[in-house]
Design a binder for this molecule. Structure first.
Ligand code: ADP
Ligand code: F6P
Length: 325
């Protein structure tokens, strides 16, 4: 599609919400209007696209949202959009609603949806928005900083009560299938052990032996971070109590990590990426995923972005394991 053929740009948020998504929507809408486009907000991700839940957004539609968590466009998961029929219907809905190009804020799954639309002829740009930071092409995803800070705030509170009772707290944090959030939170809260999906863990070596060593050096309370899905958190807490006699409690932080006012970092990155996405469309550069590389926005062709792989930083793992004693 030639550059001038884009008159209307749609924006949607998809997958799990993340703090900072609103700041991105605000930037996209205002950058689009500044560059002469008509801007349409699509509600509830691809579900809303298929249902035609769409409204025109003006400069004031995005007032008072930069500091708000969640997403004013709502979000959803949409199974139908994973089918060829659903994608075709999405394409037809774009045409029907006059949406010439789309900015999708979400994770890899959402980008697969965007790629399907791009293949059908709707130029798309993806913006990484997820608390998990699990998108390979980018060093940073919108929402990651806020979610980690929320987890740290909660675990600091847990530490007070854990320490007062000479207890062990096993805390489950989110992260989907990735341990980035857990590792950083583990370092920041001084956790004795951090269990990550990327690393096999051994109950005796990683928990019991380490606990014994720290007890020998005088420690009486313990924080253990478990990235969701590694091991059932309550089972692990029960096993620790049975094996050590240390009173142990399990806490699942859950969706509280997805909420709250976005941090400065999330607001700035979201604003930067939102503007950058519209700038790409305006320059006739389509079907890309925006990424952060050393604090600079860059972009990758969507197939290339989706084929990339990301690994846990072994050095940071060493930092975590060595000083958490
Ligand atoms: P995230 O975008 O955070 O990775 P999901 O994996 O749940 O979250 O994906 C969000 C939505 O993106 C899904 O509900 C679906 O509508 C769409 N989606 C996911 N995978 C695909 C796919 N392979 N093809 C088309 N759309 C997809
Ligand atoms: O991707 C964000 C995330 O919060 C993951 O950390 C978690 O695995 C998942 O979404 C939870 O999804 P839901 O909102 O469907 O419970």
């Amino acid at each position: 599609m030639a550059q001038k053929e884009i008159k209307t740009i749609g924006v949607l948020t998809s997958g799990g919400d993340a703090p900072g998504m609103n700041a991105a929507v605000r930037a996209i809408v205002r950058a689009g209007i500044a560059k002469g486009y008509r801007m349409m907000g699509i509600q509830r991700g691809y579900n809303g696209l298929l249902n035609g839940e769409c409204y025109e957004m003006n400069l004031r539609s995005v007032s008072e949202i930069i500091h708000r968590g969640g997403t004013v466009l709502y979000t959803a998961r949409c199974l139908e959009f994973k089918t060829k029929e659903g994608q075709q219907k999405g394409y037809e809905k774009c045409r029907e609603m006059g949406i010439d190009a789309l900015v999708v804020i979400g994770g890899d799954g959402s980008f697969m949806g965007a790629r399907a639309l791009a293949n059908l002829g709707i130029p798309c740009i993806g913006i990484p928005g997820t608390i998990d930071n699990d998108i390979a092409c980018t060093e940073y995803t919108i929402g990651y900083d806020t979610a980690m800070n929320t987890a740290v705030e909660m675990i600091d509170k847990l530490r007070d009560t854990t320490q007062s009772h000479d207890r062990c707290s096993v805390v489950e944090v989110m992260g989907h299938n990735a341990g980035y959030l857990a590792l950083n939170v583990g370092i920041a809260t001084g956790a004795m052990a951090v269990l990550l999906p990327e690393k096999e863990f051994d109950f005796q070596r990683d928990i019991l032996d380490k606990m014994a060593r720290t007890q020998f050096s005088g420690k009486k309370h313990f924080i253990i971070i478990v990235s969701e899905g590694v091991v059932p958190t309550q089972d692990l807490a029960n096993a620790i109590q049975a094996a050590t006699g240390v009173d142990t409690r399990a806490t699942i932080l859950g969706h509280v990590q997805r909420g709250g006012s976005p941090s400065l970092r999330d607001r700035v990155v979201a604003s930067y990426m939102g503007y950058y996405a519209v700038d790409l469309l305006d320059r006739g550069i389509y079907n890309r995923v925006v990424a952060l590389k050393g604090e600079k926005a860059v972009d990758y062709e969507v197939n290339e972005a989706l084929a990339m792989k990301k690994t846990i930083d072994e050095y940071m793992l060493e930092v975590c394991n060595t000083i958490s004693i």
